[in-house]
Write a protein that binds this ligand. Structure first.
Ligand code: AMP
Ligand code: MG
Length: 339
């Protein structure tokens, strides 16, 4: 039985109490954050966390992020907090930045996928903050079936989990649309494990140089330190190809590809920043921020419209564009065409 809790009109403390009670009983509740929807459970309750993995079909060695609502929660989960982590938390929390820190014994290994580090973030979405405050720190991966595009609306969560989890809080669409940036601050220099809502350029302005883990841009990397990076990710049912290169050349290449695929009898969907004629078209918007916000929605929507192939326009790998390209290349299984 799944209860859908409507908070589209904004935060409702009475309804938050209902959701918090479910969490404290060891149940699963999906909730909006500023990045994507999370599938939440009590981070310190091993059985509850195990159910997250079951519901998602998530491999047991892919660790979860713990969401907290105050800096004082940090000491409940992290053994120590390096100076650079403090600087980053001060600057970017609440917000889409996740810090990898040494784990406290109290955090079950189930939550961290067997690692002795723990990933922590403080979300800025008022519904997420209120839910955590009314319950406990929440382990919450993206609320999608493992391998599928992340959810940016309650409808996406309902599609994947209705009948399988106890609660879904509908808070409307998320604002950022890609997940948090993950930085490992147990290393020196710190390592960017996953690009996300906060651009790495902004992080370097606060703590100096950051090493970019090779998994961020390509697939043939040492993946031990970037768990989760090795798995199939963000993939719709249709096959995806990404077209990269200069804007004008990209557009031309996309048009050519649409023709080629259509001649071979495929139904073709295009998601791009400029209108392109195809069987189905989904506009990604103009700015990199708009593209980030529309990315997962576009993948899910073109799937719903039943296309066989999705041709996705790449963007410049600057700012949030690095996160967009990381997600797109994975969604495409690294089928990338340079225009
Ligand atoms: P998701 O919440 O579904 O976006 O996935 C969380 C991601 O955070 C994982 O796939 C990892 O890439 C990263 N992560 C979580 N915990 C750790 C950790 N202890 N060390 C390194 N990366 C982590
Ligand atoms: Mg995920």
């Amino acid at each position: 039985m799944t209860i859908v809790i409507n908070m589209r009109e904004g935060l409702d403390e009475r309804k938050i109490k209902v959701a918090a009670r479910l969490i404290l009983e060891g149940k699963l509740v999906a909730f909006p954050t500023e990045t994507v929807y999370g599938l939440g459970a009590d981070a310190l309750n091993e059985n509850a966390v195990r159910r997250i993995f079951e519901a998602k079909g998530r491999p047991a060695d892919n660790p979860l992020i713990i969401h907290i609502a105050s800096i004082s929660d940090l000491e409940k989960v992290a053994r120590e907090v390096p100076e650079k982590a403090k600087l980053l938390a001060e600057k970017f929390w609440p917000g889409p930045l996740t810090l990898v820190l040494p784990k406290r014994r109290e955090v079950p290994l189930v939550t961290t996928g067997g690692l002795d580090t723990v990933a922590v973030r403080m979300p800025s979405h008022p519904i997420a903050l209120a839910l955590i405050k009314a319950s406990t720190p929440l382990a919450a991966p993206s609320a999608n079936i493992s391998g599928k595009p992340s959810p940016t609306s309650a409808e996406h969560v309902i599609d994947d989990f209705y009948g399988k989890i106890e609660g879904i809080i509908d808070g409307g669409e998320t604002w950022i649309g890609v997940e948090s940036t993950v930085i490992d601050v147990t290393e020196e220099p710190p390592v960017l494990l996953r690009p996300g809502g906060i651009p790495v350029e902004e992080i370097e302005r606060v703590i100096g140089p950051v090493r970019i883990h090779p998994a961020v841009k390509g697939k043939n990397a040492d993946l031990a330190k970037a768990p989760g990076m090795k798995y199939k990710h963000y993939a719709p049912n249709a096959s995806v190809v990404v077209v990269e290169g200069e804007p004008e050349k990209r557009k031309k290449k996309i048009r050519e590809l649409v023709e080629e695929y259509r001649e071979r009898g495929y139904r073709v969907g295009v998601m791009a920043t400029v209108e392109v004629e195809a069987d189905e078209f989904y506009p990604l918007g103009k700015t990199p921020e708009e593209v980030a916000r529309n990315l997962f929605k576009a993948l899910r929507e073109l799937d719903r419209r039943g296309v066989d192939v999705i041709i996705a326009e790449g963007v410049e790998e600057r700012g949030i564009g690095l996160a967009v390209m990381n997600r797109l290349r994975k969604a495409a299984g690294y089928r990338v065409i340079r225009a």
